[in-house]
Write a protein that binds this ligand. Structure first.
Ligand code: AMP
Length: 449
């Protein structure tokens, strides 16, 4: 199916072209026709499937007819970042439509939002708490609303927003079109869907996007050598944008700093940052000023950067679901991506859980050029442990994990001026990069910004 078959208004079709979309993604293919017809839709799809355009495009098309200057579409999202991304998508896809969209979320001044709302907008992209503030202060008028979208409904539930959503819905005309998107369908979301959707058409895209377009690899390593291995891995891998996950805020900050000190354009995103700094780091990453972003799971909520080529789990996530969510950030919309995970001997149970979810064994890799026995660099004292018996046991566990070789050998990692090779040794498979010519081992880094 082609976009042309949706018969979008010419200004909306121009937006599709401006965004560079050539063919609809599966969720767009399934959801756009019923949304265009005016049906309520329940979309089961996660971030990365193209779900935003699946609702934004038909909304823009619809709003091309009818009055301007009143709120006709409301999109509710769980996080500020997601709200901003949706608003941005509207900006790109709707550039020629002259329809106006505004974001409404907390943590920033309310007055500029009031002014924009007063100025007359057709689309509001909001987080529940601040939207309720506007409703209570009567600074938003939802009485002309035609379309309501609840995006990432399961996350809204996780974040405790369902009571707010129910309150908001009381202020919205009953005669409306409602679209709900969710990656999963727990009972509470099913109940909410039952309450807010009328005779919905359910569309679903499978959870397979990461498995199809993302190559997974595990790197067994001692905890205290992770930063050194990260540097080595980055030096030997061709990357676009890299998103690195750590378990703690402190570690995110520290690894971000170490990368910046090493000459990478790197920033870190932790819960402690002010909204302005957070937005600056995110914008910098999205626009390419920062090539690397280091974040915790919570701080990374809602990040959508389509060009993320590599997700690196500096620390293993706590659940298999969190793994799927992290790596869902790469391999977006027909692009390929890599998910590298550093594992210590203590992560074996989680590795097994993730392999069960993926339905396949993940390849173990070692960097041949990396000294896995090297002593701890002075500045890595956060992870320093005196060498003693348990450490040897951990090494043993890491080595044992490494012996279980994976299936995906020979894929993805490229080295500038190098070719990728694998060869089997007696005990395990080693992966090396052999240089095609005799160029220097060093890589030119961009200056820190
Ligand atoms: P989403 O799931 O809405 O977060 O979209 C994921 C990414 O896919 C975004 O960066 C979109 O710009 C991109 N995208 C959406 N639809 C298409 C399409 N039909 N072709 C190519 N990229 C797309």
């Amino acid at each position: 199916m082609e976009f042309i078959e949706f018969n979008f208004h010419p200004t909306v079709a121009a937006g599709v072209k401006a965004a560079g979309y050539e063919t609809p993604t599966p969720i767009q293919h399934q959801a756009i026709p019923p949304v265009l017809k005016g049906s309520d839709v329940m979309g089961l799809a996660q971030t990365g499937t193209g779900k935003t355009a699946a609702f934004v495009l038909p909304i823009l098309h619809r709003l091309m007819q009818g009055p301007r200057g009143r709120v006709r579409a409301l999109i509710i999202a769980p996080t500020r970042e997601l709200a901003e991304q949706i608003h941005e998508a509207i900006g790109i896809l709707g550039r020629q439509t002259r329809l106006k969209s505004v974001t409404v979320y907390g943590g920033v001044g309310i007055n500029p939002q009031i002014q924009k709302l007063r100025g007359g907008v057709e689309i509001v992209v909001a987080c529940p708490g601040r939207l309720l503030d506007h409703i209570n202060q009567r600074t938003i008028n939802l009485s002309h609303l035609e379309v309501l979208v609840l995006d990432e409904a399961d996350r809204m539930f996780d974040m405790g927003f369902l009571p707010d959503i129910r309150k908001i819905i009381k202020y919205i005309p009953e005669r409306r079109q409602t679209l709900m998107f969710s990656a999963t369908m727990p009972d509470d979301i099913r109940r909410l869907a039952h309450e807010v959707l009328h005779a919905p058409i359910t569309v679903q895209v499978d959870h397979t996007a990461p498995a199809n377009t993302v190559a997974h690899a595990l790197y067994p390593v001692e905890q205290q050598l992770k930063t050194a291995l990260l540097m080595e891995l980055l030096r030997h891998t061709d990357t676009d944008s890299v998103l690195i996950f750590t378990r703690t805020k402190h570690r995110a900050k520290r690894v971000g700093q170490q990368l910046a000190n090493a000459g990478y354009r790197a920033a870190s995103l932790q819960g402690n940052l002010s909204q302005n700094k957070r937005q600056a780091a995110l914008d910098g990453f999205r626009k390419g000023a920062y090539q690397i972003l280091v974040a915790t799971d919570i701080a990374a909520r809602g990040i959508d950067v389509s060009s993320i080529s590599h997700v690196i789990n500096y620390d293993m996530p706590d659940t298999a679901d969190a793994y799927t969510h992290r790596i869902g950030r790469t391999g977006r919309a027909a692009k390929t991506g890599d998910a590298f995970t550093f594992i210590t001997g203590e992560d074996n149970d989680m590795v097994r859980a993730i392999e069960r979810v993926l339905g396949e064994k993940i390849e173990r890799r070692m960097l041949e050029c990396f000294d896995y026995k090297k002593s701890l660099p002075a500045r890595d004292t956060e992870f320093a442990r005196p060498p003693r018996e348990p450490q040897r046991r951990r090494e043993h566990a890491a080595a044992a994990a490494h012996k279980q070789t994976g299936h995906n050998a020979g894929r993805t990692e490229k080295r500038k001026q190098g070719t990728y090779k694998s060869h089997r040794s007696t005990a395990s498979r080693h992966f090396t990069w052999s240089k095609a010519n005799n160029t220097s081992n060093s890589r030119t880094h961009n200056p820190v910004i």
